[in-house]
Design a protein around this ligand. Sequence first.
Ligand code: NAG
Ligand code: NAG
Length: 462
Amino acid sequence: MYSLVVATATAAMAMSTALAVDPRDFEADLNLPGFHFVPYPFDWQNDPNGPLYDPVHDKYHLFYQYQTPRLWGHAVSDDLVSWVQMPVAITTDQWYDQGGVFSGSGTVLDDEEQSVILTISSSDNTEIFVATPKDRSDPFLTEWELPDSNPIYTTSARDPTEIMKTSDGRYRIADGTADGTAIWECMGCETAEDIISGGKWEEIGMYQTKPDGQGYWECPDTFPLLGENAIDGTWVSKFSMSGDRYYLGTYNETSGEFSPYDLEDRMYDSNSKFYASKTFLDTRDEPRRVLWGWLVCGNPGESEWTGLQSAPRVVEAAADGKSIVMAPIPELKTLRSDDDKAHYENLSGNGDDVKELDFSGRMFDVEATIGGDGASQSCGFRVLWDGADEFTDVSIPEGTKSVRMLVDSSVIELFADGVATTTFGLRTKAGSVKFGLLGDCVFEGIDAWAMSPYEYDASNVL
Ligand SMILES: *[C@@H]1O[C@H](CO)[C@@H](O)[C@H](O)[C@H]1NC(C)=O
Ligand SMILES: *[C@@H]1O[C@H](CO)[C@@H](O)[C@H](O)[C@H]1NC(C)=O
C-alpha cells in the first residue's frame, strides 16, 4: 500500500511541473479542428482503440491507430473534453506485431486491482494479443507491457472487443471474421493472470453469422443497450462494413449467440466515412455508453494530420426501442462561449435561396427546433466556409423536430432527433465561417454558440 501511494504522488508531481504546451496553430491550418481529437505529433490516425474509464485514477483513456506501420497512440483526459497527449503506448517490437499493432479494445476488470487489459490484433489477422499497464499506480498509465505468453490465441480474426464477463463469471471476447462476429471464451479462467497468460481460449461459436453477401465484418462491438427506452435484454451487434452498421436483438449467454430482432440495415451515421467505431461503458456517474468513431476525412488542405476522431457520443435506445439514437456528450457544452452566441426565433427559410444568419465563428455549436410537422424535404443548413462562394449543404431529414449541429473548422456533425450525419468541408481562405437556412421549414428557435478549442497538453511528447 505504501509503495502505491508514493508512486502515485511522484507521477502526479512529474505531470504538474511540466508546462502545458498546446501544439496547435489554428492560423497556419484553417482546417484544423479545435474540439475533435487530433494526435500530436501530427500524423496519420484511424480507428479509435480501447477507450476506457479508469475508476482507480478517475481518468479517461483513448488509444487510436497511429502512424505507419500502425501503433497505438494514447491520450488521457479528466473529462473527455480536454486531452493530455501521451507517448505511443504500444509499438511494433514483437514477432507477432511486425506489420503493425492493429485495432482492439480496453477492459477494466471488476477484480480487486481493477486490472486493465488491452486486447489487440496483429496486422495479418492471425494473432490476438494483450497489453497491461507497467505500473497500475501511475494515474496516466503511461507505459504498457506485452506479457511473454502472448498471443492469447491464434485464429483468423481481427479487432477483438473488450473482455466481456457473463453473469456466471466467464470471460469472453468477440472478434471480426469473414463469417461475421465470432465469440471466444477463456476456459475456466478466474483471474486477470488466467486471462492474459494462463487460460486456454476457445472459439465457442458465432455471436452473429453475417447475412449472405456482406463483406468482412470489421471492428465488432457487442454490448447491452442502455437508455430509458431500451427493451429489457437488448444487445447490440455492431460491425464495420461500408460504414458502421448494427442490429439489435437478444444475447443468449449460454450459447454465446445473438438473435437479431430484425435484419433492417441501420447505420450509426449516415455517412459511411464514420467508421471503425468503438464504445465503452462509462461508469463515472450514471452508467452510459460512449462512442468514438474514425472520421475518414483525409488531410484537408494538405494538413499534416490525416483522419479525426468524432466527438464522443452517448448511445441510447430510440423511443421505440428498435434503433439507436446518439448525441454529443453533454460535457462538450463546457466549450461554449458565454458571450459569443446568438439566438433567433421563428425564422423560415427562403425556399430555394439560402437565408444567411449574422452569427459567425470558426468553431461553433447550434441547437434548433423546427415547428409544425418538423423538417420538410428541402430543409437544411448551409455552412459558408469563407464568404459565400465556398459552402457545404447539410440536409435535415424529413420530420426532424430537434437538431444539433457541431461545426469544427472543416468537419460538421449533425444530429437530427438523434440520427447522426457527418460531413466534411474544406477551408481555403481565412475568414469567418457562417451558416444559413435552406428550404421552407420554420425554425422556431435557433441558438448558436462559438466554441473554444479543448485544452491540449502535449508537453509529454515535445
Ligand atoms: C440458449 O442457448 C442454449 C444452448 O444452445 C439453449 O439450450 C437455450 O434454449 C437457448 N435459450 C434461448 C432462450 O433461446
Ligand atoms: C414565435 O412564435 C411563437 C408561436 O407562434 C410566439 O409565441 C412567439 O412570440 C414568437 N416569437 C417572436 C420573437 O416573434
